[in-house]
Unconditional design. Structure first.
Lengths: 585, 221
């Protein structure tokens, strides 16, 4: 750039520095707020470290943004001429209503924001009357204020919310936010300009020219139906399983029992009666603690969870889904932060279970239509930062897909041991195995099931978490082995895979009931059934034997009688014939 | 030095919304006047779908929270006063002052922001003698009205924030340059309550300023 020759050279250098550092700073601010993969690291809130650990380049304009990602440095490396404009397009990739020939949904790209930063160099330079030493201070001060307002503006525009939504979405949505940095761009078409608003920041005079910044943005993004297609982190719906107010006839246990091992404690928003024990066995739900634990007598829960935004230790970073786990491991007593107070009174069904079998058997499983189990939870995905490095050039495309991974089975949180074993892939419960045993909020499921859930926009995912104990796993293994042996194919086919263990238990019970000795003794059928019943139940062997011997002797006697009759008739007939023959002689 | 004044758009708030609204506005203003080396913090409001920025200074946060609590307690003591006004004043310390000058006289104010609030009384559901159904309907109407009002307040609050950004951008010359010193990260400011009706404290300060600026021989330093 040709700065005027009448300016002192140090002044030229400093002013040029302001301009040259302004561009990467503005780029960093905009992309940091829009593209999650380009968010800075090292921007801690600890003021005690002060500016000691801050890089010199980050101190420009007194705004610490953290370490600049390498991609940003590469992006800016092509912007060598400060007279070139820097145009940052924020593009939303979204599905359209049209389908292609193969029935796949098409995607479209829409520019939802355009940031323009440029240094305008006038053809005729006005004479500078101010003191050069103060000029630099004033210019720098104004550049600081401009960047402050640019930073605040990025948080106010609608694209910020969309970016946060996409980055926190647990499902791989068909939406994606990408950016393009160039020094030239196409003008918006008239229909587009009608939907867009413009905000021009006041330019900062940097002799001989001036720094200008502006943003053109879509004020309304509701046309893209983002809310319907992006699965947000699961929220606990407090009234999902009912309450005493909605279902007064339903039994709700009274409080009194604390959780063990896998319990969670949430602080609720609404006040509800605390949990109690109940002598009636109730079907635990996926959101209950200890769902997979072996049943203990007189201990059953039907909690009702409420969720509140907890700070988790850092009150200044309140992330959107409404919750984020602190990740602290669970103690044997099971409490950890975020704390959840389990509330009672929301058990959907009181299901009687066989005392000789287990508490998880439910007669409701025989009627799949009445299955009170909640819908499967969505899969969780890990944010995979884009590591693509484009070549420097005039126009660069960078994409940052939120939450997509090649396998499609990812848990959001580290330290999580995923398993794709079909035995544990029950939609709600898989992906929860962890050697640490700490509670998890993630889920995993097969892509096929995920797609069916995503098709249902009303799919609510009230249950955030499960936890699996080692003993419970063995129990489930046992159930599933029983299932393989005894349950009929119809049962396994009619119910989802996730309920196989319980179905197995049901099948075994049904089998037992079928083969159990009937109340009314029937001689024709009793023998076969009692035979098998005797063979299985050792306690009733002696009784069955006596009954069996009685039945045997009666039938034998009858048969013997029949035989005797036949013999008698035969003998009589023969004697008659012999008598006739003797008389003749 | 000219004192720039910015009157922000009036907001109709309920008492439980005051804290969030004021925190958002005050921090946004101070953020644009904290010209020292800062680490910005993004804060999401709980009641509204808005994210604002703090300068990250604990002293600022504490000062703002204290003044907000003071304002809320003042509101509770004066329940009849619906229209209230908060003033955020940025100043520079004056070097020479007469011995009788008050603390505020040592200050040269270069910018004032007036935050206008219209504090609404909490809506109560109408008690109908007819029956529960009517009461339920009234409650439903009240909640619907409240959500509509909340949405309007959110839009108004956003407009106020845009207003702050626009004002900050339009007028930069009067702002004192940043001092390259870790001790002064932000421009010193004070937050005072200036209600629509006359306030004794406000009147006293006003008379003092008039006397000082009138050029009375005994007052001139």
């Amino acid at each position: 750039m040709d700065f005027p020759e009448n300016l002192p050279s140090p002044d030229i250098g400093r002013l040029e520095q302001i301009v040259s550092h302004f561009f990467p700073k503005a780029l960093h601010i905009v992309l940091d707020s829009r593209i999650p993969s380009l968010q800075s690291r090292g921007r801690t809130r600890d003021r005690s470290s002060g500016g000691l650990n801050v890089k010199k380049s980050d101190k420009w304009f007194n705004l610490i943004m953290g370490d600049r990602p390498a991609a940003l440095d590469k992006l800016h490396s092509w912007h060598r001429n400060i007279l070139d404009s820097m145009i940052i397009d924020i593009i939303l990739i979204h599905p359209t209503d049209d389908d292609d020939d193969h029935g796949n949904v098409r995607s479209a790209e829409t520019v939802i924001e355009r940031w323009v930063v440029q240094y305008e160099n006038p053809l005729i330079m006005s004479p500078q009357t101010s003191d050069p030493s103060t000029r630099y201070q004033k210019v720098y001060k104004k550049a600081i204020i401009l960047l402050r307002s640019l930073y605040a503006q990025t948080r106010l525009l609608p694209a910020y919310r969309v970016s946060r939504q996409l980055s926190s979405s647990l499902a791989s949505s068909r939406y994606e936010m990408v950016y393009k940095v160039s020094s030239f761009s196409d003008v918006f078409s008239p229909p587009v300009t009608e939907t867009m608003k413009e905000f021009r920041f006041s330019p900062v005079e940097v002799p001989p020219g001036r720094l200008c910044a502006s943003v053109t943005y879509r004020s309304d993004l509701s046309d893209f139906n983002l809310g319907a297609h992006i699965t947000l982190p699961p929220r606990i719906i407090t009234d999902y399983v009912g309450s005493p107010a909605t279902d007064p006839m339903r039994f709700f246990p009274s409080p009194g029992q604390s959780f063990e091992a896998t319990s969670f404690h949430f602080q609720g928003r609404a006040g509800r009666p605390p949990l109690t024990t109940s002598s009636a066995s109730e079907r635990p739900h996926s959101w209950t603690s200890g769902f997979h634990r072996p049943p203990t007598p007189n201990q059953s829960f039907s909690p009702d969870f409420h969720w509140s935004r907890t700070d988790g230790g850092d009150s200044h970073h309140q992330l959107s889904p409404p919750f984020s786990p602190s990740g602290s491991p669970s103690t044997p007593r099971g409490s950890y932060s975020p704390r959840i107070n389990v509330r009672p009174g929301t058990a959907p069904v009181t299901i009687p279970s066989s005392a000789t079998f287990n508490r998880y058997v439910s007669s409701n499983f025989s009627e799949p239509s009445r299955n009170p189990l909640p819908p499967f939870s969505p899969k969780s995905t890990r944010r995979s930062p884009s590591s693509q490095d484009s070549l420097p050039g005039i126009a660069l495309y960078k994409s940052s897909r939120s939450g997509e991974s090649p396998s499609g089975l990812i848990n959001h949180y580290p330290g999580h041991k995923l398993t794709k074993d079909s035995k544990y892939d029950s939609g709600r419960f898989s992906g929860l195995l962890s050697s640490s045993g700490s509670p998890r909020f993630g889920f995993s499921r097969s892509p096929s099931r995920l797609s069916s859930d995503l098709e249902d926009p009303d799919c609510s995912c009230p249950f955030d978490f499960d936890d699996v104990d080692e003993s419970v796993l063995q129990y489930r293994l046992k159930c599933q082995s029983l299932d393989r042996r005894k349950t009929s194919s119809s049962i396994s086919q009619s119910l989802p895979i996730g309920r196989k263990s319980q179905d197995a238990a049901v099948g075994v019970l049904v089998q037992m009931l079928k083969t159990a000795p009937p109340l009314r003794q029937d001689s024709s059928t009793y023998m076969a059934s009692s035979m098998s019943g005797v063979q299985r139940e050792g306690s009733s062997v002696s009784g069955a034997e006596s009954e069996f011997s009685m039945a045997r002797s009666t039938s034998d006697a009858l048969e013997e009688l029949r035989n005797y009759k036949q013999l008698k008739d035969l003998l009589l007939s023969k004697s008659k014939s012999v008598g006739g023959a003797t008389r003749v002689h | 030095m000219n004192c720039q004044v910015c009157q922000l758009k009036e907001l109709e708030v309920e008492s439980f919304e005051i804290r969030e609204v004021l925190r958002c506005i005050l921090h946004t203003i101070v953020f644009h006047r904290a010209l020292g080396l800062i680490r910005p913090k993004d804060i999401d409001l709980e009641l509204f779908d808005i994210t604002y920025v703090q300068c990250g200074e604990i002293e600022v946060e504490k000062k703002i929270d204290d003044r907000i609590e003071h304002f809320i307690s003042w509101i509770e003591k004066h329940p009849n006063k619906k229209k209230t006004q908060l003033c955020v004043s940025f100043y520079k310390a004056k070097s020479k002052q007469p011995w009788y000058a008050s603390k505020t006289d040592h200050r040269s104010f270069w910018e004032r922001w007036y935050i206008n609030l219209n504090v609404d009384v909490v809506l109560h559901p109408t008690k109908s003698p007819v029956g529960n159904s009517k009461l339920v309907m009234d409650l439903g109407d009240a909640s619907e009205a409240r959500s509509c009002r909340r949405k309007q307040l959110e839009q108004s609050l956003q407009q106020v924030l845009f207003q702050i950004i626009k004002f900050v951008n339009d007028k930069k010359d009067h702002v004192p340059p940043p001092i390259n010193d870790d001790r002064e990260i932000y421009c010193p400011f004070e937050i005072t309550i200036t209600s629509a009706s006359s306030d004794s404290t406000f009147g006293k300060d006003m008379w003092k300023r008039i006397l000082l600026n009138s050029g009375h021989p005994s007052m001139i330093s």
